[in-house]
Design a protein around this ligand. Sequence first.
Ligand SMILES: [Zn+2]
Length: 399
Amino acid sequence: MKNIFLLLICFFCLLSCEKRPDTVFYNVNVVDVENGKIVPGMTVSVKDGIILKIKKADTRIKEGEQDLTGLYMMPGLIDSHAHLGDCGRMGWLNNTVKSYIKEGVTTIRDAGGDMRPLKIYKAQLDSGTMVGPDVYFSSFWAGPKYFYMRPRFETKGYPTENAPWSQSVSDTASVEELEKMVIEAKEYGCTGLKLYDYLSAEMLQKIIPLCHKHGLKAWGHAENRLADALEVVKAGVETVSHIYLIVGLRNCYSSEYRKKCFTPEEITRRDSIYKEMIARGTILDATITVSKEMNFLYRVVNEAYRAGVKIDAGTDVIDGKTIFQQELNLLVDSCGMSIPDVLRAATVVGAEVVGKEGKLGVIREGAEADLLVLKSNPLESLNALQDRKALYINGIEVK
Ligand SMILES: [Zn+2]
């Protein structure tokens, strides 16, 4: 008798310890972006900003559940290339954030600029005084030659020209000096290095193992004036930006080159880059919208896509007006990517860019509850992204 009593106490203790969800979404069609299919009739529970449980919906809705019958739920979108900190002004940043929310973007990878306003923005997100897209920002590194050509606006007002978020890297920098800079970037809150112009292949080979040692991502340009695309990929940069740099900086603006862009020699040259990228899992951050005067590049993106290169969705937005949906439409309509692959680029691949595989960009138990609730199926038409019922960031509805 005593044992049965103890068992009953344990049972009720377990019941009361079970986490109670904050929100339960009843009977929604979950968009499985990883596999490009719909999982119909699911109930999704959210607790503390995380997806707690996903299960087949009961036949009847329970009290307190939100009825999403007939609607579609997919993960929030990820812009893998932005420059939110470039203007260094909070007002400008806040307007850009609003524009991103309108587009359904819930995560942004910032690829360099003045990180001080972004740090303030991130602190507001962390303290809960603001709800907006999460931002992963970088420390921007380039060779001294790059910085000689322009004023250092991104560190203006800082005691030294170099700062944890922006470093001029001398050719003679030792591994110890580089490691100190990597640690400074990490301590400042950067989650990756943006490895920009005038860094030799040898220098990249010194820097990238230090990134990995300290848990930072190595993001870079596909060509950087000293190292070509194949050298950059071989050095271990994990995400390479700009399809026009796969073609080559000198080539992309040359009308002469455009005539020979698709000769067998050039196709073979690019193919060797794609093969290396596929072998290493390197992501191509194509940024096709900003290259749109160069229409021939659509065909180059298609070439990389057909070769099997992993492609993200990055805009390179710098002027405050976001162009994310435009980027997705161009990838489908002009570059010949399938809609499911473009949705994957904007979610699963974006999560990989920032090192959050399985935690972002998926509707999965344990993932962040960044959710888009749509009125129609986005796997059939990207127009569905503009026909939204609701948007949640970390489980909180954002109007
Ligand atoms: Zn950029």
